[in-house]
Write a protein that binds this ligand. Structure first.
Ligand code: TYM
Length: 340
């Protein structure tokens, strides 16, 4: 009689990452890590610290090393469970750059020229418009496709990169045969684009020189309260959610919603007849309270570098196991000789 093999149900896969290129701000939490934490139970998760991406902009080596470990500690402090997820440093898994080369040969120059982040960064870092900045989205596509990710939780600014990833996966699958899972982006309905506190028409960004523009996850309680007090709003005094007419107030309402779980209608009602002074004071305290457990936990975890390195080493091993399988398939399909 033929043996009946048990059907092993595999969990769907998530991959996401953050660059260790500056201090993490609250947008990284609401646009990315918070959603990772919420999804980690139901998915097989790979969370990476994308140091290869970070060197597309000049980095101080000692700083980069430090920030990479800072970021690992922050992932855990925010609630990523290293027992459930693979947490790893991108450069520890060489398959990322190997797949990237193959996919580079399947990407049109025009596709890369259209990327808004390339345009923005090449305008900002005029003295260093390097080829890595240009091919960056291909490396990002490789990060995702190596793990056969079903879902990629990111903030809104990564949407275009995800579209290119899907195009490359479809192109490769069409040219050879099914090789890559075509991933879906996961962009949270609220918090996927937190705006700059001093210029609410632009997104909060870690490379902003004005420190008052961002709430960093390492800011002290008082700094957070102060920064929100000095956030730019508008000249009327109505707390109302309207992203177009009242971007500053809407941004603070978003942060307040994330910190307290209150709906926008509840927030509007709470502040009827009250001025922006009251509003900003309340939001500041709520956001500082929300971040405090993370900051406290972070300080404790960051101290233990051996623990962090152990987790990152284990994470890289698990990641390589999956990544090498996908790369072997790709190499075979494109026609590279293998002796295995
Ligand atoms: P990075 O490092 O700029 O940002 C990390 C994540 O944070 C989100 N984010 C925001 N969300 C809401 N409001 C903001 N103001 C805000 N700023 C940043 C980003 O959308 C992102 O999800 N290319 C990526 C890193 C990357 C990656 C990947 C992501 C490399 N490979 C593979 C996912 C999958 C980047 O530069 O993100």
């Amino acid at each position: 009689m033929e043996e009946i093999k048990p059907v092993i149900e595999r969990k769907p896969i998530i991959l996401s990452g953050i660059q260790p290129s500056g201090s993490l701000h609250i947008g990284h939490l609401t646009g990315a890590i918070k959603n990772w934490v919420e999804l980690q139970e139901k998915y097989d998760c790979y969370f990476t610290i994308v140091d290869l991406h970070a060197i597309t902009v000049r980095q101080n080596p000692a700083e980069l090393r430090k920030r990479t470990l800072d970021l690992a500690a922050l992932y855990i402090a925010c609630g990523i469970d290293p027992e459930k997820c693979s947490l790893f440093i991108q450069s520890h898994v060489p398959e990322h750059t190997q797949l990237s080369w193959v996919l580079t040969c399947y990407t049109g120059m025009g596709e890369l020229e259209r990327m808004t982040q390339f345009k923005a960064k090449s305008e900002k870092y005029t003295s260093n418009v390097n080829a890595g900045l240009f091919t960056y989205p291909i490396l990002m596509a490789s990060d995702i496709l190596l793990y056969q990710a079903d879902l990629v939780p990111v903030g809104e600014d990564q949407k275009q990169h995800l579209e290119l990833t899907r195009d490359l996966a479809n192109r490769f699958n069409f040219n050879y045969s099914d090789t890559f899972k075509v991933p879906e982006p996961y962009i949270a309905p609220v918090g996927a684009r937190i705006m700059n506190l001093q210029d609410p028409e632009s997104k909060m960004s870690k490379s902003d020189e004005n420190l008052k523009a961002s709430i960093f996850l390492t800011d002290s309680y008082n700094e957070i309260v102060k920064k929100i007090k000095s956030a730019v709003t508008d000249s009327d005094a109505e707390v109302k959610y309207d992203k177009v007419k009242k971007p500053g107030v809407s941004n603070l309402m978003t942060l307040y919603h994330i910190a307290t779980g209150k709906s926008f209608v509840e927030i509007e009602t709470e502040f009827i007849g009250k001025g922006y002074g009251d509003f900003k004071g309340t939001v500041g305290v709520a956001v500082a309270d929300y971040l405090k457990p993370i900051t406290d936990k972070y300080a404790a975890i960051r101290k233990d570098e051996n623990y962090l390195k152990e987790i990152l080493q284990k994470g890289a091993e698990k990641a390589r196991n999956q990544a090498s399988r996908t790369l072997a398939k790709v190499y075979k399909k494109v026609g590279f000789v293998s002796f295995k």
